[in-house]
Structures are given as C-alpha cells and as structure tokens.
Design a protein around this ligand. Structure first.
Ligand code: UDX
Length: 435
C-alpha cells in the first residue's frame, strides 16, 4: 500500500508518521521546500511529544519519505490524503477551501491507475463532493473520494492517532471502503470502532463533535461564572455532574476559554453552514460569542483583584500556548490577556516551557524568562494561564522567597487552595469565589 499525504502540517505529519509506523510506504508532500529539507534532517516544524522519534525511526527505515515532487509520488499512490489547512476565511467565518481545491486540481493531473483520494482536512459538508467534481474534470483515471476526518488533539496527537476512540469513513462504494479498511486494519488489534457512512455525514460528524465539546467547555465556564456569584465551588459542581455517566467527566474543566486551531475555527464554520441552510444553531453561535468575550475579560479580573490599577505592576505569566504539550499559540488566551494588561501599563514577564519562540511572533513588548524562577522573581502577581505540569507544584514556600506581591491567579484550577490558606498569598481560582 502506497500512501501520499498532501500537506505536512499537524494532521498531515502526524498521520503520515503513524501510517508509516503501521508499516505502510508513506510520502509526505509539501510545497514548503525548507520544511521538507528540515524534516529530512530530522528537524520538526512543530513541537509534539514523541513525534521526532517516530519520524526519525520511520524515515531511517525508508518507510517514511518527504518530498516536494507531487507528480512522482501521486502517480504511484494507492491513496492520496488531502491534509492541507482550512483556515477561517477573512471577514466571514467560512472555512477557506482554496488550498483543498488547489490540491484536488493538482492531484488530478498526476493520477494514474485506481486511486482513492481521502479528505483528512476538516471541511464543510459538501466539500468532498466538490473535490470529486474537480478531479473528474481534470482526469480520465479511475478514482474515488473518501472523507476521513481526523480527531487527534495537539499534545497527545500520536496516542490519539494510534488508539483513537473511533475512525470515521465516509465513502460511496465498496472498492474505496476496502482500501480504507486495509489502511486502518492495524487498529483492529485495539478493537477500534470504524464507522462507515456517506461523505456528507462524515464531514458533519467532525464539526458536530468539535462544536459539542466547545459547548461543553463553555457550559462549565458559565457555571463557573455563576459559582463566583453564588459562593459555591465549580470543582465540586463539575465533579458532581461528571459522575453522571450520561454527562461524563471529560471536558468539564473550567478555564480561561478554549483556544487552538480547531474549536474556534470549526465552531465559526459550522455557524456559517447553519446560516447558509437557514437553520437555527443559536447554541453554537452563543458559544462562539461567549468564548471570545470570556478571553477578552480575563484582564479585568486581575485588575479588579489588584485594586483597579496595574500601572507598573510586575505581572508574571506562566504558560503562553493554548494548552500544555504544544507550542501552538493560535487563539491562545494569552493573546487576549497580555495585550490588555500591557494597555493598562503593567510590566509583563512570561515563561513557557516550549512556546517562547512561537509566542515571540505575536507578543512583542514583554520579557521572556528562561525559567519559572526567573519569571516570578520580584513579581507583584503570578498568573497561571497554561497548565504545564511543572506549574502544578507552586507552593507558598517557593513563591514567598521570590515574589514581592501576594496575588496568584490560577486560571486552570490546578493549585491546591488548602496549601495557600494560611499563607500571605491571595489565591484566585476560577468559579470558586467572587472577586
Ligand atoms: C481539538 C479536539 O479535541 C480534537 O478532537 C480535534 O481534532 C482538534 O481540536 P485540540 O485543539 O488539540 O483538539 O485541543 P483540546 O485538548 O481539545 O483542547 C481545546 C481547548 O479547550 C484548549 O484551549 C483547552 O484548554 C480547552 N479545554 C479543554 C478547556 O478549557 N476545558 C476542558 O475541560 C478541556
């Protein structure tokens, strides 16, 4: 089985590396020559735990190749996965499908013999059908289009790919279904459910799943807002809700608002789909708005607790990426919080175990520390914004030797409030008390 992965971003690179680890012959293609050159030299374009080792191992075995030459590889492929980006189109919230359609056109001109074209990128309902039409116009070769959305999370991408909760395959006939069944055969060992459905349903399952999770997070965040007013504890509320098996305890962790490359983009795109079809999707619309507002309001909480004025106050921010385990800064709460605090003339020092270089592209007027210690030294207020594991053991003993002030903002509720109770510090956590 020869697999071609078109687009070597997060999804393309992880999927390509994992398929090669399953034993298939995989070529990852990208137009970015530098990225391909770096990958051949073992330099990863992203930080993802375990990825570098997996890529190196399979590259050295010869099963995983990197190239910019579409023609040579597409013509020999049994399956070509489209894993290019589908960013939000500027201005209207629709998914920008330019890269997907360009890819389809190019693939068509190189097809030779029967090939299955697989949409791995997250694409709105109807896109796979359009891909099929584009390819049909540009080739006489035999082909089928399949929709196979990817559910991996950044930070646990390899584990998610290797042991997924489910695989979704939208297809139109037995021939293409058989090809996908062989590609995912290695997962039979773990008894992974494979859902075979039609093209449009597969596309919608991905959006519906991400939107549902975004709703769940926003629900618990709104409950946390309510808990602050009622003087009740969101951690107990979430625990009590999560014990109900119908609700489940996952994605009930309150925080500063969801970020990343998927939830913000996919919820917006789904709202656009609902509008185009004249269907009321007000739940998701509200979540999109609420999450944006939530991230924008983070600074206000800090300013209020610090007495209304943060001019020249030294605020230390721990964690910049949108979640731990990644250097991805897309839609990270830090991009809302820090500029707002800078506007109010606070002095910001930040530390992130891996996202410093990425963060520097977006956050210019702050100091970047090399360690927690350096970040916190002389600080008036510490803000824990991303729950990297090394931040979980912050204690009054450690902090009192370094900090000037007494304010600790734990926007991820990972610190133990009992430890801080008898100290000089004022620990604030989400949904646990009124500010
Ligand atoms: C998500 C989906 O989980 C994945 O299936 C899809 O393929 C891509 O989008 P990812 O963006 O990598 O994955 O991160 P995820 O772990 O889902 O977290 C998304 C955001 O929600 C983060 O900002 C995270 O901090 C936030 N979150 C998550 C919460 O605030 N509370 C929670 O309980 C869970």
């Amino acid at each position: 089985m020869k697999i071609v992965m078109l687009g070597t971003g997060y999804v393309g690179l992880v999927s390509g590396a994992c398929f090669s680890d399953f034993g298939f012959d995989v070529t990852c293609l990208d137009k970015d020559k530098l990225k391909i050159k770096n990958l051949k030299n073992g330099v990863m374009p992203i930080f993802e735990p375990g990825l570098e080792d997996l890529v190196k191992k399979n590259f050295l075995s010869g099963r995983l190749k990197f190239s910019t030459d579409q023609r040579a590889h597409v013509k020999n492929a049994d399956a070509v996965f489209i894993a290019v980006g589908t960013p939000t189109r500027r201005g209207d919230g629709h998914a920008d499908l330019t890269y997907v359609y360009d890819a389809a056109k190019e693939i068509a001109s190189y097809l030779n013999g029967y090939t299955v074209i697989v949409t791995k990128s997250t694409v709105p309902v109807g896109t796979s059908q359009k891909i099929k039409e584009i390819i049909k116009k540009n080739t006489n070769a035999e082909f089928d289009v399949v929709s196979n959305p990817e559910f991996l999370r950044e930070g646990s991408a390899i584990e998610d790919f290797m042991r997924p909760n489910r695989v979704v395959v939208g297809h139109e006939n037995k021939k293409s279904k058989t090809v996908l069944a062989s590609i995912y055969k290695p997962l039979f060992l773990f008894e992974t459910p494979i859902l075979y459905t039609d093209l449009k349903s597969a596309e919608l399952i991905k959006y519906a799943s991400n939107a549902f999770l975004a709703v769940k997070i926003s629900f618990i965040n709104q409950m946390a807002d309510l808990c602050e007013q009622l003087d009740t504890d969101i951690n107990d509320i979430a625990k009590g809700m999560g014990l109900d098996k119908r609700i489940g305890n996952k994605f009930l962790h309150p925080g500063p608002g969801y970020g990343g490359s998927c939830f913000p983009k996919d919820t917006l795109a789904l709202v656009q789909t609902s509008k185009q079809n004249d269907v009321n999707l007000s739940i998701v619309e509200t979540v999109v708005r609420y999450n944006r507002d939530r991230k924008k309001s983070l600074a206000r909480k800090i300013i209020n607790l610090m007495g209304g004025d943060v001019t020249n106050k030294k605020i230390s921010v721990l964690g910049l990426s949108f979640k731990p385990g990644t250097d991805d800064m897309r839609e990270s709460p830090s991009l809302d919080l820090i500029p707002e605090l800078l506007k109010k003339k606070a002095k910001i020092t930040a530390f992130d175990p891996v996202a410093k270089n990425e963060a520097k592209k977006f956050l210019k007027k702050i100091k970047y520390a090399e360690s927690i210690h350096e970040c916190i030294k002389g600080s008036d207020c510490v803000v824990l914004l991303t729950e990297w594991s090394e931040f979980r053991s912050l204690s009054p003993e450690f902090l009192s030797g370094l900090m000037e002030g007494k304010y600790i903002f734990d926007f991820r509720n990972v610190l133990d409030p009992n430890v801080f109770k008898k100290s000089k510090f004022k620990l604030y956590q989400i949904g646990r008390e009124k500010i």
